[in-house]
Write a protein that binds this ligand. Structure first.
Ligand code: CA2
Length: 146
């Protein structure tokens, strides 16, 4: 069976490409989704791609992925630094979890240096821009292959 990966994006990432390109790059979330779909197909992965500005919707997506996906790639955006609830949800998920940030959060304000999600993530990619999502899919494919 083709393994399925959920790529999940947190608040404000729907605005990518329209503001702050110096930090987050010029690509829109639709551009990133298209690149992920292409890379997933090449890696033999099925893909679900979602974004929400609401913490509870992100949690509901993670819960649903327990039944529908074998791995999660997540950019929790600002919830990275605040959400024990998203960490708890990810801890109920049994497959690989890769955390992605477009920017290098460690080069930015001190409040961005702490990630609750990293306490669960099997890998963290930061500062690679949109390419980070494709690198995350490659890592997930390797982890799923065993
Ligand atoms: O670097 C990342 O990917 C972040 O997860 C992005 C979050 C930020 O809170 C994290 O510290 C690091 C913010 C996403 C906001 O996206 C915007 C997109 C366009 C314009 C303004 C914000």
């Amino acid at each position: 069976m083709t393994p399925r990966v959920l790529v999940l994006n947190g608040p404000n990432l729907n605005l990518l490409g329209r503001r702050r390109p110096e930090i987050y790059g010029a690509q829109t979330l639709a551009d990133i989704e298209a690149a992920c779909r292409e890379r997933a197909q090449a890696l033999g992965l099925a893909l679900d791609f979602a974004q929400s500005n609401a913490e509870h919707e992100l949690i509901d997506r993670i819960h649903a992925a327990r039944e529908t996906a074998q791995a999660i790639v997540i950019n929790p955006a600002a919830y990275t630094h605040t959400s024990i609830a998203i960490l708890d949800a990810l801890e109920t998920f049994e497959g690989p979890v890769v955390e992605v940030h477009l920017s290098n959060i460690h080069k930015r304000e001190p409040f961005r240096h702490r990630s609750y999600v990293s306490l669960r993530a099997d890998a963290v990619i930061a500062g690679c821009g949109a390419q980070g999502y494709e690198l995350a899919l490659e890592r997930v494919a390797a982890l799923l292959r065993g």
